[in-house]
Design a protein around this ligand. Structure first.
Ligand code: SDX
Length: 421
C-alpha cells in the first residue's frame, strides 16, 4: 500500500493525493481542494504544528529522547548545562565546547541591580512567585537593547545565554522576596544547580549537599523539553510574530502556570495533602471517577503509557529522602498509583503517572514551598522554549501563527437603538 492519503471533496468530486511522511501529511491538500475549507481541530489534537529535530516522544511506548538520546541515559550520565547545549546545538559538546558553554552561562548569572532593588519591590509582599517570575522574565528583555535583534545570530545567542543563566537568579529572587529574606547573589564558583540552591537557601554558613545538587540537576534535565507542549507552543506562537525572546519566554511561562500543565506539580501536593492518609485513597479515587475530583499528576495528551520521566523521578526521590527524610505524602502517592493502575477507569483511559506526580514530593522534601514548584519547572524548560524558538526562526516553512475558525455566531443583523431593545 502506498504511503499516501487521498481526500475527496464529495461536493465537487475533486480528489487530491498527498504523501504521508512519518505519520504526517501536508494541510496544503485541503487548500488544494478548496481554499476556503478548514479542518476543525480544537486544542490541536490532530495537528502537527511544526517540523522539529529537537525532542522525540512515543506516547504509546513511553519513549522520550532529546536529539536522539534516551532521557534515562541523559539523566544518569549528563548534566543540565550539557543537555541544554545538546538541545540548542543538536550534538553533545566536546570538553572544550562544554567548558566554554559553562563559562558563558556562568558569567551571565547576575541580574541588573534595578531588577532586584526596584522592580521586585513593586510586588505585593505575598505575590505568588510564579506570577513574579513571569513578569521578571518579560522585564528582563527591557534591559538589553539587542533583545529585538532576533535575526542576528549573536543577539539570539546573547538572549539564550542570558535567559538560561538568569532564570535561576530570578527564581531565587522571587522566593527570597516572598519570604522577606535578603537576596543572595550568584556564586559563580558553584555548579548551575548548586548556585541555584545556594541563592535559594543560603543564610550564614550553608553548604549545598551533593545528593541534592545532583537531584536538582536530574530534575532540570527531565524538565528541559517536551516537544510541542502547551508552553512551547505559546513560545512558538509568540515567537512567530518576531517578538523578542524574553517576551515569548514570559508567554510560555504563563502557559506553563496553568494547573493542567506545569502547575500540576503544585496541584498534586495539595491533592495529596487533602487526601491526608493512604486509607482515604479509595474514597478519593471514587470521587475522581464520578467527576468530583481530578487525579492531578495523572494522564497526558501524548503518553498513553507511564511517563518515562515519572519513573526516573520516583527513583531519584529515594536518594533525596536519604538526605531529607521521607516525605510522608509518598505513601499516599504510592497507594494512589497502586489503586489507580488497577482500576478500569484509569486503565481504559490510559491514565498513568506523568512527570508531575512525584516531582512535587521531592521539591517539598527539599523544603521548597509549594508555590515555588511551577517556577522549578520553568527554570529548566527555558532551554526547551529557546531551542524551539530558534528552530522556528530558522524554519522556512514557518510564518506568523494565525489559525482560522469555524464561525457559528449570528448572521448579519442591523443595529437596534437602545430605546428599542
Ligand atoms: C505536563 O504536553 C506536555 O508535554 C506537558 C508536559 C511537559 O513536559 O510539558 O508533559 C507537562 O503538563 C504534564 C501534565 C500535567 N497535568 C496534570 O497532571 C493534570 C491532570 N491531567 C489532566 O488534566 C489531563 O490528563 C491532561 C490535561 C494532562 C491531558 O488531557 P487531555 O489529553 O486533553 O485528555 P482529556 O482531558 O480529554 O482526558 C481524556 C479522558 C477524559 O475522560 P472522559 O471525558 O473521556 O470520560 O480522561 C479523563 C478525562 O476526564 N482524564 C482524567 C484525568 N486526565 C484525563 N480523569 C481524572 N484525572 C485525570 N488526571
Amino acid at each position: 500500500m502506498p504511503d499516501t492519503i487521498t481526500i475527496t471533496d464529495d461536493r465537487t468530486g475533486k480528489s487530491v493525493t498527498v504523501p504521508i511522511t512519518d505519520g504526517v501529511f501536508p494541510s496544503s491538500a485541503i487548500r488544494e481542494l478548496d481554499p476556503n475549507l478548514y479542518m476543525y481541530d480544537p486544542a490541536y489534537l490532530s495537528t502537527a504544528a511544526a517540523r522539529s529535530e529537537i525532542t522525540y516522544l512515543d506516547g504509546a511506548a513511553g519513549i522520550l529522547r532529546y536529539r536522539g538520546y534516551p532521557i534515562d541515559q541523559l539523566a544518569e550520565h549528563s548534566t543540565y548545562l550539557e543537555v541544554a547545549y545538546l538541545l540548542l546545538n543538536g550534538e553533545l559538546p566536546n570538553k572544550v565546547e562544554l567548558d566554554a558553554w559553562i563559562e558563558d552561562v556562568t558569567l551571565h548569572t547576575f541580574i541588573h541591580e534595578n531588577m532586584r532593588k526596584r522592580f521586585v519591590d513593586g510586588f505585593h509582599y505575598d505575590a505568588h512567585p510564579m506570577g513574579m517570575f513571569i513578569s521578571s522574565v518579560a522585564a528582563l528583555g527591557t534591559f538589553y537593547d539587542d533583545a529585538k535583534n532576533i535575526h542576528d545570530p549573536q543577539s539570539r545567542h546573547n538572549a539564550i545565554v542570558r535567559l538560561i543563566a538568569k532564570t535561576p537568579t530570578l527564581a531565587a529572587m522571587c522566593y527570597r522576596f516572598s519570604v522577606g529574606l535578603p537576596f543572595n547573589y550568584p556564586d559563580n564558583d558553584l555548579s548551575y544547580p548548586a548556585n541555584f540552591l545556594n541563592m535559594m537557601w543560603k543564610i550564614g554558613d550553608y553548604e549545598v549537599h551533593p545528593a541534592l545538587e545532583r537531584a536538582m540537576d536530574i530534575l532540570f534535565i527531565l524538565h528541559a523539553d517536551h516537544e510541542q507542549n502547551c508552553g512551547t507552543t505559546a513560545m512558538r506562537v509568540v515567537g512567530s510574530s518576531q517578538a523578542d525572546p524574553y517576551s515569548a519566554a514570559a508567554a510560555a511561562a504563563a502557559a506553563l502556570y496553568g494547573p493542567l500543565h506545569g502547575g500540576a506539580n503544585e496541584a498534586v501536593v495539595r491533592m495529596l495533602g487533602d487526601i491526608g492518609d493512604a486509607e482515604n485513597v479509595p474514597a478519593f479515587v471514587e470521587s475522581v471517577k464520578n467527576g468530583e475530583s481530578r487525579l492531578m499528576g495523572f494522564g497526558h495528551r501524548v503518553y498513553k503509557n507511564y511517563d518515562p520521566r515519572a519513573k526516573i523521578i520516583k527513583e531519584a526521590a529515594h536518594d533525596v529522602f536519604e538526605v531529607t527524610g521521607k516525605n510522608p505524602l509518598l505513601d499516599i502517592a504510592l497507594k494512589l498509583e497502586e489503586v489507580a493502575l488497577e482500576d478500569s477507569y484509569f486503565v481504559d483511559r490510559k491514565l498513568y503517572p506523568n512527570v508531575d506526580f512525584y516531582s512535587g514530593l521531592i521539591y517539598q522534601a527539599m523544603k521548597f514551598p509549594v508555590d515555588m514548584f511551577t517556577v522549578l519547572f520553568a527554570i529548566p524548560r527555558t532551554v526547551g522554549w529557546l531551542a524551539h524558538w530558534e528552530e522556528l526562526l530558522n524554519d522556512k516553512d514557518q510564518k506568523i501563527s494565525r489559525p482560522r475558525q469555524w464561525y457559528t455566531g449570528p448572521d448579519e443583523r442591523d443595529y437596534v437603538p437602545l430605546d428599542q431593545r
